[in-house]
Design a protein around this ligand. Sequence first.
Ligand code: ADP
Ligand code: ASP
Ligand code: MG
Length: 419
Amino acid sequence: MSLIVQKYGGTSMGSPERIREVARRVARFAREGHKLVIVPSAMAGETNRLLALAKEINAEAQPRELDVIASTGEQVSIGLLAIALHGMGLKAKSYTGWQVPIVTDAAYSKARILGIEERNIREDLERGEIVIVAGFQGIDDDNNITTLGRGGSDTTGVALAAALKADECQIYTDVDGVYTTDPRIAPEARRLDKITFEEMLELASLGSKVLQIRSVEFAGKYKVKLRVLSSFTDVNSTDMGTLITFEEDEDMEQAIISGIAYNRDEAKISVLGVPDRPGIAFAILDPIAGANIDVDMIIQNASTEAITDFSFTVHRNEYQRAMKILETKVKPAIAARGVVGDDRIAKVSLVGIGMRTHAGIASKMFGALAREGINIQMISTSEIKTSVVVDEKYMELAVRVLHKEFELDKPPTTERMKP
Ligand code: ADP
Ligand code: ASP
Ligand code: MG
């Protein structure tokens, strides 16, 4: 008998019939004798609907109230799942984030989990209850409801598994595991039976929304055994989905590139004609950081006649705010020539720990994109990834072209591993 945390995403919870199906799967694990903590997301589309409703009433809605509104989607789900399980004769009890409590910092809409008081859950489990905890939400020290960022139910699931020292955290979703890229964009994408934690972290941080980045970080920190599986298989299916592993064991695929991620959520900003002198990067980015806006890629050109351009990307939701800060505060302070931006860009990234030991991956990538006439606007590299920013309209094409170029549809062979 083991303790399993199962998280079910929005599509998995998307209708009364889907919720009954989730209940049937949970019932199967309960019958097998496992202790279960279930973390459902809001029903598909519900979080978007709630946020759109709020924006319709007040486009400048305060973040605190947006979290009060958005968190209700999951509250409905936990209640519906509990009554579905009751209807099947099982003991189940629901908790919202604050009832647990799941304590977070006060960063509305992107709060971080600081701690989980798991005592009540343990007692319920001992009494034979199936415990259902709302994903995506928590409470801060001042009793404000917070949410954990889009896709945050994954993080609730993994954080609970860490706090309860669960044997496994299973993320049930609408695909049957982690693929070489989003199978909705490249149908030839291949499912991976295992992926290293490091690669999953990189894919998630570069936009693969199959797992929220923070859930992978939690899994790494607390060594949570994490698996991605489908909730659309038969409830008795023994398919094991994709396991996120901490060690590269021998039977693992030795691919140079393990996957391709994309991200449509960013916007590019350039500050033009800035003086090339010490303190300029700080003068541009400090007010942005001060407004709690995260910056991703940063590029500063070599200067000609002591004048240069400085470009960076931010989350698309924060584009307008960042532009305003640059126009009103930064531009006059550093006497820049202008500020221009583009929120119709996308980032496409190749990920693989094999890149460490293989040269020429980036140039092969650039060559493939050039042959399709796709212009690269920004580039960023690390030991295990190469990212490019392209016009949003070429994003899907870029993903498919690179998937083909690096033959990710085929299992890696020794031949292909040669540099
Ligand atoms: P859920 O609602 O279950 O949390 P999400 O939509 O957040 O589901 O995440 C699952 C989706 O992630 C899939 O439907 C798929 O389109 C997308 N996805 C992106 N990259 C990958 C990948 N490498 N492997 C599998 N799915 C991916
Ligand atoms: N319901 C939230 C969202 O749509 C959290 C989640 O699904 O993980 O982002
Ligand atoms: Mg998700």
